[in-house]
Design a protein around this ligand. Structure first.
Ligand SMILES: *Cc1c(COP(=O)(O)O)cnc(C)c1O
Length: 428
């Protein structure tokens, strides 16, 4: 198989998804109605979020990030990388999402809240979805949650979001961390009251162990990054939120104003959910691309071979090791591979060395700091206007003549929690 050989040879790859179609799948389990329900649930929990995380007072307990136009970055990428970016360039600052400091504040926190609502309704802590959700912060509710466990396997950021949110609500949080997880992320979790279990193995191993241990315990709930519908729905709520932010910028995405979105990809849940949410809003006029490290392109491998989660990057001789700790996943989410089959435009691979270059470039041009995993998204903006395969995509989709009116979004997925000394090291 050609793609396997190219991956093995560590070639720089731009893969186009030939199965993408112009209509959006509205499968029952992940329908636009289900995403709207998720958004309504986040609204119901807003007073609880505001109660535990006063930094969300400004937004009334809604966790959302700014959309920032970055003209200096555009100029710098065009000048230094010959990027030929046409149209407007923005960064979606999920790197600065409150509570978790990463994109995982969308999916991870949503799933904790969903489970909390289910438990609280069943136990009669709240009488219905129109009850006062602040009851969930009462001492009685907290002592109920203290007897419940929340577990997850993670390379770091998902663990942070689940650990911080569930510990705040009163749960016993147990976070199974892969060898790739950064020390500061583990330390922060301990400090927030979660228990961290460390594994010498990779992300797949941490997930497997967490899943096993949780299954053996009736009072435990496992957030399953490889299969979770709720995580996906939480991420997908980004679609409507972004639509309002674009409107505020005077942008109406449409046939004459295409939207290009570049998202870093690990196991595929976060970028998959966001893509689904965007496609439900913008349909054929949004073009979503993922970016993955050269040593762990698990979604590319799963989607291009059609083998989904039954193949790992190690199976084709890659190490799965990368400085982009948030993307160090050797095996893709089967759910994401299935849901993305007709939605995703394509996938880029990126070398670790380039991530550091982009990190510096973004800092020097805009004084924005994001973590290395996040920087993978910048690769998309660099490739779209220059790479031959991308040009083919533009022509095939009738976009070449509209590109001057295009809007490009680099989805920054993490960074605001990175401690100063680590920032200094990365920027040195
Ligand atoms: C988790 C994460 C991603 C990718 O999300 P997946 O669901 O693993 O694909 C990207 N960037 C950062 C910083 C992350 O933490």
């Amino acid at each position: 198989m050609e793609i396997k050989a190219a991956l093995q040879a560590r070639e720089e790859i731009v893969w186009l998804n030939e199965k993408k179609d112009s209509t959006v799948n509205d499968s029952k389990e992940l329908s636009a109605a289900a995403v709207a329900e998720a958004e309504a649930r986040l609204q119901r929990f807003a007073p609880v979020i505001e109660h535990y995380f006063p930094e969300t007072q400004r937004t009334g307990g809604i966790i959302e990030s700014p959309l920032k136009e970055v003209p200096q970055l555009k100029a710098k990428l065009n000048a230094d990388y010959g990027a030929n970016i046409r149209g407007r360039l923005f960064i979606k600052m999920d790197s600065n999402l409150a509570v978790a400091g990463s994109v995982k504040a969308r999916g991870g926190i949503y799933e904790v809240l969903k489970h909390t609502e289910d438990l609280a309704l069943a136990a009669g802590i709240i009488s219905g979805t129109d009850d006062d959700y602040l009851k969930l912060t009462s001492e009685a509710a907290r002592s109920f949650f203290r007897k419940q466990k929340m577990q997850v396997g993670s390379t770091g950021n998902l663990g942070l979001s689940i650990g911080i949110m569930s510990a705040a609500l009163g749960y016993e949080a147990i976070i199974h961390m892969s060898a790739d997880a950064k020390e500061w992320k583990k330390a922060l979790l301990w400090q927030k009251g979660a228990t961290v279990v460390e594994y010498a193995g990779d992300y797949g191993e941490a997930v497997k162990q967490g899943r096993l241990q949780s299954a053996a315990d009736k009072s435990s709930y496992f957030v399953d990054d490889e299969n979770s519908r709720d995580l996906f729905l939480g991420y997908a709520t980004a679609g409507k939120r972004l639509e309002s932010q674009l409107e505020a910028e005077g942008i109406a995405v449409g046939d004459d104003c295409p939207l290009f979105v570049y998202i870093p990809c690990g196991v595929g849940g976060a970028p998959g959910g966001i893509t689904l949410g965007l496609r439900q809003i913008f349909g054929r006029n949004v073009h979503c691309f993922f970016a993955e490290p050269q040593e762990s392109p698990c979604m590319l491998l799963g989607m291009a071979t059609g083998l989904g989660n039954s193949i790992s990057v190690q199976d084709v001789g890659l190490t799965g090791k990368t400085q982009a700790d948030g993307l160090a996943c050797g095996r893709a989410s089967g759910l994401s591979c299935r849901v993305m089959a007709n939605e995703l435009a394509g996938i880029f691979t990126v070398r670790d060395g380039e991530l550091t270059d982009y990190l510096h470039t973004l800092w020097r041009s805009e004084e924005i700091f994001i973590e290395p995993s996040s920087c993978a998204a910048i690769k998309g903006a660099v490739q779209i206007g220059t790479n031959d395969i991308c040009q083919k995509y533009l022509v095939q989709n009738g976009l070449a003549e509209k590109i001057d009116k295009a809007v490009h979004i680099i989805w920054a997925t993490g960074g605001s929690f990175v401690p100063q000394e680590i920032r200094d090291e990365l920027l040195a």
